[in-house]
Design a protein around this ligand. Structure first.
Ligand code: NDP
Ligand code: GDP
Length: 322
């Protein structure tokens, strides 16, 4: 019998990992995922997939564990989604962020080169690499000027991914994804913080929502649309880099406005400014141009901004209901 197509996902316990695993399983792929040890449990996003995915112990900090995992999985596709992914934390833990997000990618590329050099590899790059950009819309050839230790670490990983393609001839694709959210987003990110607060305030379980700079604008899409793009990138025979974005940019205030409207509340009564949430450096606006992905991958987002906010608030209302 022919072996099913096999994927190995680092960061499978994260937002994107859980959507990608689901999509791959539904397309008949076998899915292996790397899980690091946790004392308090990190499998909540995968509960519905337990028994369908094969979980392997390992950590991006530990090369041996990555070689072992790649050797066991013998994957056709490798998705490197694991990272210290929260920008605000990257100022407080810049060295850890570098170790995991930058050097972790190097360790994974090495593990693949050693144990499965023919595998196709996806590296999860970020619009944070652009930082403050002169361009009105950022594309694959827009120069990087990262504004956080996270952005710098992602830029290293991005350049290294391209370097492994060019120097070792490996099939490595570097995605440059703009912010993408869902009901599985970590609660520390602003969109989920807002959707949870709107739901909890509606249910009388929270009184105020404290936020930092609400004028900041981001290009927000739906995570499930973006994981489809990752897979489409690796299915293409020519390894290249792609920007994935909606092309629209909305402010944090816009998100607040829609989330509170979705539960019939006036946000002005509940939102407070908290200067301690301001960042040492900010990126005032990001907006991507995904024309290349549209043309070469036929990729388009299916969930618009309003539907995304609505979906997140509805999910949090359900979760928070007594
Ligand atoms: P999450 O923060 O939800 O998930 C991060 C994952 O990395 C988790 O599975 C986490 O494991 C894992 N991880 C962290 N440290 C290690 C480590 N040392 N060894 C192994 N695994 C580790 O991120 P997302 O799913 O939102 O994002 C996926 C990737 O895409 C990340 O690399 C992120 O930086 C990048 N990205 C995300 C964007 C977005 O808007 N979501 C935009 C652009 C890029 P655990 O559960 O144990 O903590
Ligand atoms: P990021 O774009 O990857 O940093 O995603 P976040 O969701 O963490 O932040 C998006 C934007 O919202 C950033 O510009 C933040 O400065 C801004 N923001 C404003 N208030 C908050 C807050 O309370 N928490 C977070 N996480 N971000 C906030």
């Amino acid at each position: 019998m022919r072996r099913p197509k096999t994927a190995f996902i680092t960061g499978i316990t994260g937002q994107d990992g859980s959507f990608l695993a689901e999509q791959l399983l539904n397309s008949g792929w076998q899915v292996f995922g790397l899980v690091r040890r946790s004392a308090s449990g990190n499998l909540w996003r995968l509960e519905h997939l337990i028994g369908r995915v094969v979980l392997l112990d390992g950590d991006l900090l530990d090369l041996g564990s990555l070689v072992q995992a790649v050797t066991t999985a013998q994957p056709d596709h490798v998705y490197n989604l694991a990272a210290q992914s929260f920008v605000a934390t990257s100022w407080k833990q810049p060295l850890l962020t570098g170790e995991v997000t930058a050097l972790g990618a190097a360790r994974l590329l090495e593990a693949v080169r050693i144990a499965r050099p023919d595998a196709r590899v996806y590296q999860a790059g970020s619009s944070e690499m652009f930082g403050t950009s002169e361009a009105d819309q950022q594309r694959e050839d827009t120069p990087f000027h990262p504004r956080s230790p996270y952005g710098v670490a992602k830029a290293y990983a991005h350049h290294l991914a391209v370097n492994y393609r060019e120097s070792h001839g490996m099939h490595v694709v570097a995605g440059i994804l703009f912010n993408h959210e869902s009901e599985r987003r970590g609660p520390e990110f602003v969109t989920r913080k807002i959707s949870m607060a709107a739901a909890r305030i509606k249910l009388g379980r929270q009184k105020v929502l404290k936020l930092g700079d609400v004028t900041v604008r981001r290009d927000w899409g739906f995570a499930g649309d973006y994981t489809r793009a990752m897979h489409a990138m690796l299915c293409r025979d020519q390894p290249e880099d792609y920007v994935i974005a909606t092309g629209e940019s909305w402010s944090v205030s816009d998100f607040v406005d829609r989330a509170f409207s979705a539960v019939g509340l006036d946000h002005r009564l509940y939102v407070e400014h908290d200067p301690s949430l301001l960042r040492p450096a900010e990126i005032p606006v990001l907006r991507g141009d995904a024309s290349k992905a549209r043309e070469e991958l036929g990729w388009r987002p299916k969930v618009c901004f309003d539907a995304l906010v609505e979906r997140m608030v509805r999910a949090d209302l359900k979760r928070e209901a007594p």
